[in-house]
Design a binder for this molecule. Structure first.
Ligand SMILES: NC(=O)c1ccc[n+]([C@@H]2O[C@H](COP(=O)([O-])OP(=O)(O)OC[C@H]3O[C@@H](n4cnc5c(N)ncnc54)[C@H](O)[C@@H]3O)[C@@H](O)[C@H]2O)c1
Length: 387
């Protein structure tokens, strides 16, 4: 029997906006056979397929799932569509990579965990930030005890693209994005990433949510994510979701944490930082300088580890593509994540300890979100429900 290759696997992508395009580009880089895409309607799908150079746009999800050569479906549609689409994909016996957040409620994500467990398919949530090579390296460092026992997990995730009242996106509409916005959209990445690196799950939270921009000028037509276009008629729309959140965290082993999340921090384009302080050493990373990891010591000089195969552990090396000094970035994380998931697809099963986020991880993040919302509502500490 000849060895199977990524080119033997067929994929289709739902959504062709900001992130759907990044999925398609990185599937191509991996050599996967990208069969086609599904747009919000057949005409827009056709336009997107022509723009990206894909052979077809499916007219419907049913038509996509009728294509016997599609093995894996990527879900990159707005959040409220993840649940029905993933359900249909699993029912049709396909592997699935779903964008974050996995769903808009934890009832939905719990059901998806169950459906995925009953299927023999590979299922992943696209928490891509895990796949910066130095985050994979840091995950292994903590597992190997190189920081001692983690005590403090701190950081932020700041952006500025929703600073002005003229900034608009579907994420601002709770029926499309979910009832948590900054926390669901980007706080979810930070929670997943720091759980992955520290090896600790959040046990309880104390959260303060703020909606600084109370009324926004909503354009009458759709707006692409990160679009700077401001022309056209607008309507004044009251905001129901948070621009920013401050969250204190407690972990099962007694560790403590805090994170600040904001989409209204001028100048912060996409700034995620985390620090894990352990009993012997510490590590710190910044998504805007992703090829450098700061490692802090008490009794000897601190280190700055620059990504490079000769300097990282095997988990870090496995996620990297380019030689050190040739900076890897956002797009590379999709390539590394998909490589891991498609290896599982070729093997016919998930690895024992997946490095990518599973549906259980995606569900845990939803449960943390529930606790954040309840805590902010009642002004007290709230335990995260057990999955
Ligand atoms: N992992 C990451 O770093 C990351 C970054 C950005 C977005 N995301 C996630 O990806 C998803 C999409 O976000 P985006 O920023 O690309 O949004 P976007 O608005 O740029 O794109 C959404 C796409 O979905 C399509 N769509 C809408 N309704 C549809 C339907 N019924 N069927 C099929 N397609 C439909 C739209 O036409 C558009 O192409 C969200 O869930 C978001 O949270 C993840």
């Amino acid at each position: 029997m000849t060895e199977a290759h990524f080119s033997d696997v067929g994929a289709a992508v739902i959504g062709s906006g900001f992130i759907g395009t990044v999925h398609i580009e990185n599937l191509r880089r991996l050599g996967v056979n990208v069969r086609g895409l599904l747009g919000s309607d057949p005409a827009r799908g056709e336009q997107a397929a022509a723009r990206i150079g894909l052979p077809r746009a499916y007219p419907s999800l049913e038509a996509l799932l009728d294509d016997a050569d599609v093995d894996v479906v990527h879900v990159t549609s707005p959040n409220q569509l993840h649940f029905p689409q993933v359900k249909a994909i699993l029912a049709a016996g396909r592997h699935v990579i779903c964008e974050k957040p996995l769903a808009v409620t934890s009832e939905q994500s719990a059901e998806l965990v169950e459906l995925a467990a009953k299927s023999d398919r590979v299922s992943a949530v696209n928490f891509n930030i895990r796949f910066y090579a130095l985050n994979q390296h840091a995950h292994q460092m903590v597992r190997d005890g190189e920081l001692g026992e983690p005590r403090l997990v701190t950081g932020h995730y700041f952006q500025d693209w929703l600073l002005l009242d003229t900034d608009w996106n579907w994420r601002l509409e709770p029926d499309k994005g979910g009832s948590l916005r900054a926390v669901g959209d980007i706080g979810s990445h930070w929670i997943d990433l720091t759980n992955f690196i520290s090896g600790l799950r959040v046990q309880s939270v104390m959260a303060d949510l703020s909606t600084f921009v109370k009324v926004r000028r909503q354009p009458r037509g759709p707006v692409e994510t990160f679009s700077q276009e401001r022309a056209g008629e607008t309507v004044a729309t009251d905001m129901a979701t948070e621009d920013a959140a401050l969250i204190l965290l407690r972990y099962a082993n007694g560790a403590r944490g805090s994170v600040a999340v904001s989409q209204v921090s001028a100048g912060r384009k996409n700034s995620l930082q985390w620090e894990v302080d352990g009993t012997t050493s510490a590590a710190w990373w910044d998504s805007e300088t992703p090829d450098h990891l700061f490692i802090g010591h008490r009794g000897r000089p601190n280190e700055i580890l620059q990504r490079g195969a000769e300097l990282m552990n095997e988990t870090g090396i496995a996620a990297a593509s380019l030689p050190g000094g040739h900076v890897e970035g956002f797009g590379d994380t999709f390539h590394a994540l998909f490589r891991e998931v498609y290896r599982a697809v070729l093997a016919g099963r998930a690895p024992e300890r997946p490095l990518y986020a599973t549906f259980e991880d995606g569900h845990h993040e939803m449960l943390v979100g529930d606790a954040v919302a309840r805590s902010a509502g009642q002004g007290s500490w709230v335990d995260v429900a057990r999955a």
